[in-house]
Design a protein around this ligand. Sequence first.
Ligand code: GLU
Length: 447
Amino acid sequence: MLDEKLEPIYADVLRRNPGEDEFHQAVREVLESLGAVIAKHPRYAEHALIERICEPERQIIFRVPWVTDNGEVQINRGFRVQFNSVLGPFKGGLRFHPSVMLGTVKFLGFEQVFKNALTGMPIGGGKGGSDFDPKGRSNGEIMRFCQSFMTELSRHLGEHTDVPAGDIGVGRRELGYMFGQYKRMSNRYESGVLTGKGLTWGGSRVRTEATGYGAVFFVERALATRKQGFAGKKVLVSGSGNVAIYTIEKIHQLGGRVIACSDSSGYVVDNDGIDLALLKDIKETKRGRISDYAAARRASATFVPAGRIWDVPADIAMPSATQNELNGQDARTLVKNGVIAVGEGANMPSTPEAVRVFQEAGIIFAPGKAANAGGVATSALEMQQNASRDSWTFEVTEQKLGVIMNSIHDRCAEVAEEYGSPGNYVLGANVAGFLRVADAMDALGVI
Ligand code: GLU
C-alpha cells in the first residue's frame, strides 16, 4: 500500500517514464516502505526530496556499431544511467542481454542507489548495458563489441566520476576488453575506473566470489536470529552464472546441500548435491548449457526442460538468475513445501506478489538490495586497493566482506524494528538505504 502523500509521486513516475514496467516496480516497492518514514519524520516529504531521488541525474543512450567475423555490420544500443552520486562516484554494473532496455537499466540503477548506500561505503549508484546478445559470439566479436561500446562510454567515466563493473553477460573477459580500450583512449593506467578486473591487472581477490558469498553470509546471519543455519539444509539456487556458482560454493562450505540450479533452458536436480567443479567447468570454461551437466552426471542428476525450479521441495531458496523469475504461484509452492528462508542473489527476482506471500507466511525474506550487496561492496574494496596501490590476501578480503554483510543485516534488522516491523528486511533495507541517501541529498542543497 502506498501512503496517500506518496501516491502523486508514484503517479508522476508512471507518467514521466511510460512503458518502463520494471522501473515502476522498483520505485513502487521503495515508496511502499517510505510511508513509515514520512509518518515519523514529515520533513522527508519536503523539498521534492523523494521526487529528486526518483529522477536519474543523467541518462546516456548511444549507438554501438561493430563488425561480425563474417564482415557484417551490426548495430546495438548502449546505455548508462547515472542515477545518484550524492554518496560517491556512480557505481554499478553493465548488463549485456537482448532484453536490456532503458527501463531495465533504470530499475537496476535505482536499486543500486539504495544497495550501495546500505554498504556504508562511499559509492553512488548507476547502471548500464546494452541489448547486445553475447550468446554464440566468438571472442573476436565480443572484443570488437566491447571496444566499440567503451569508445563512447569512456568519455562519461573516471575513477572519481563513474565506475562500472560486470552484471549479466559481462564478466572478466568483457571487462578486460573494456579496460584495455579505456586505457588506450585515456593514455592512463586508471585502475579505479572499472571493478571486477583480473588479478594481474588491478583486480581484487574475492570480487569474483563476493556476490554469492555475501548473499549466503546475509542469509546465514538471518537464520541465526531463529537459531538455524545452512548446515544440513536442502537448497535451491536458480541460475548458473557467477552469482549462483559462488552461492553454491559457500553453501557447501557451510554444510548445506544445493540440489538444483538452472539456466534459461530449464533446471537440473541432483540429489547428491550439485558437483561444483563440473558446473564451473561447463559454465565458466566451456560456456555450455545446464543440460550438459545432467548429461555428465546421469547417475544422480535429471534435467527438466522449461520447468519451474521452485517446484522442487527444499528448505531454502536463493533466486540468483534475473528479475521477476519467481512469481506468486512459485512462492506459494515454496511455502507449501516448507521453505524457511528466501535470499535474493539476483536483482528483484521475486515479483511483488511473491514477496507478499513470503511475508504473510512469516518466513525469512532477504531482498536483493541487501542480500546481494556483497558484490558491489567488494568492488568498493577493489577501489580502495587501487587507490592505495595495495593488494590484500583472500583471507583479509573475505573477512572484510563478512563484516560488511553482517553489518548490512544488522542495520536492516534494527531499522525494521525501529519502524515497527521486526524481521521485515524489505522495509529495513529500503528505509536504511533511503535515509543515508536522503540525509546527504539534504545536506548538499537543492541537487
Ligand atoms: N552488478 C552488480 C550488482 O548488481 C555489481 C555492481 C558493481 O560491482 O559495481 O550489484
